[in-house]
Write a protein that binds this ligand. Structure first.
Ligand SMILES: Cc1cc2nc3c(=O)[nH]c(=O)nc-3n(C[C@H](O)[C@H](O)[C@H](O)COP(=O)(O)OP(=O)(O)OC[C@H]3O[C@@H](n4cnc5c(N)ncnc54)[C@H](O)[C@@H]3O)c2cc1C
Length: 347
């Protein structure tokens, strides 16, 4: 079999890159080992504009959000939603009020409240909060529908890829019966553990999430305070998450389960029930400078990486999939802040 590119991994990154390459008339073969706790299968897929303790908007967010909205809407997986960030204290409220005045933040902020009960009497927003314009991405639909399309065209192999089985020559790459112009690693945090890109400064981080039923007051708004809770309708919710940099595995823990339940209950003034139906854990492919790793290996021109999407894959991947495809097909440089060549092999 002859293809232009072999893509390792059909998570969010591999899915969107395969699509961008196909749009440029490239033939791809996607190899995926159907790993049930991949980051894309565990993630809620939220896009929250202002984040972190300091409640900041990253400089690239407006541009990335615009492209994500356009590209993911075409696939019918983009779900605009309000996100209500409840402030933890008066200091955060002061910061929030300042953000509302800044030109780049303003389009993402609908309203800042200064005390409890200004939007809903149900929420325990003692210090007020920021009602933001965000979104969530229907990742299960995106992954499943793309897998079906690739499978129908015989361009998806459900198989484990071992780098040792790939033969890299002067003319390209050979893997089993497949010849290609290149291999692109979209294998999530596995690239931090083995393969040609382990030299990069990865910082994979474990996170967990629960799904549950609750009698909490109906909401169409994502609730956010030191974590998030996404309403799925008819009393169903998802909530998470946490950060763990050591002992990386995909095993959910009782400690986090209890923490998420407690946090959720504290979002409401009245007592609410939580009946957990699922609890998952996964590892985010995070990087030392919070920017993805994309581009071509400095020493092997047939080996490429499209990875390191970190905690905001839904925000980064749609734009970067286009840039990476232009790089692979037309040799255009990828943006310097995400180019893997910002780090040297010996680093
Ligand atoms: C708990 C949690 C919550 C998150 N919440 C959000 C959120 O709200 N919003 C957001 O934007 N992001 C969120 N993220 C981050 C997001 O999940 C990632 O940025 C994104 O999913 C990364 O996608 P990926 O395709 O690079 O990696 P992955 O989703 O991990 O995909 C890698 C793929 O490669 C395959 N694979 C790996 N190794 C091999 C191999 N050797 N052979 C064959 N196939 C292989 C796997 O089966 C998998 O399908 C969250 C992550 C976690 C863990």
């Amino acid at each position: 079999m002859q293809v232009d590119f072999i893509i390792i991994g059909q998570g969010l990154a591999g899915t969107l890159l395969a699509r961008s390459l196909q749009q440029r008339n490239q033939r791809v073969l996607v190899v995926d080992n159907n790993w049930k706790n991949s980051a894309s299968k565990v993630a809620a897929g939220l896009m929250t504009p202002l984040t972190g303790q300091r409640f900041t908007l990253t400089p690239e967010y407006p541009e990335l959000f615009k492209t994500a909205e356009k590209e993911l809407s075409k696939l019918n997986v983009f779900r605009p939603t309000h996100v209500y960030r409840m402030f933890v204290d008066a200091e955060q409220r002061t910061r929030g009020l300042k953000r509302a005045e800044c030109d780049t933040c303003a389009p993402f902020i609908e309203k800042i409240t200064e005390g409890a009960g200004k939007i809903s009497l149900d929420w325990s927003d003692e210090f007020g909060g920021a009602m933001m314009h965000g979104a969530w991405v229907d990742l299960p639909k995106l992954l499943q529908e793309s897998a079906e399309q690739l499978k129908a065209a015989q361009l998806l192999r459900a198989e484990e890829f071992n780098y040792a089985d790939a033969l890299v020559t002067d003319d390209g790459v050979q893997w089993h019966d497949v010849s290609a112009r290149g291999i692109i690693f979209c294998d999530g945090y596995r690239s931090a553990l083995s393969g040609p890109f382990t030299y990069l400064p990865w910082q994979p981080a474990k996170g967990e999430a629960i799904s549950f039923n609750s009698n909490a007051p109906d909401s169409s708004v994502v609730l956010n305070r030191q974590g998030w809770a996404l309403p799925l309708g008819q009393g169903r919710w998802r909530a998470g998450t946490n950060w763990e940099w050591t002992g990386l595995n995909e095993i959910p823990t009782q400690v986090q389960n209890e923490k998420f339940q407690k946090r959720f209950k504290e979002y409401f003034k009245c007592e609410v029930s939580v009946e957990v139906t699922d609890h998952v854990a996964g590892v985010r492919p995070c990087t030392s400078d919070n920017h993805p790793f994309i581009g071509t290996h400095p020493e092997h021109k047939w080996l490429h990486l499209f990875n390191g999407m970190g905690p905001r894959g839904t925000v980064w991947a749609p734009t970067l999939a286009q840039e990476m495809a232009d790089h692979l097909v037309e040799g255009r440089p990828v943006r310097s802040t995400c180019d893997l060549r910002r780090f040297t092999v010996s680093a």
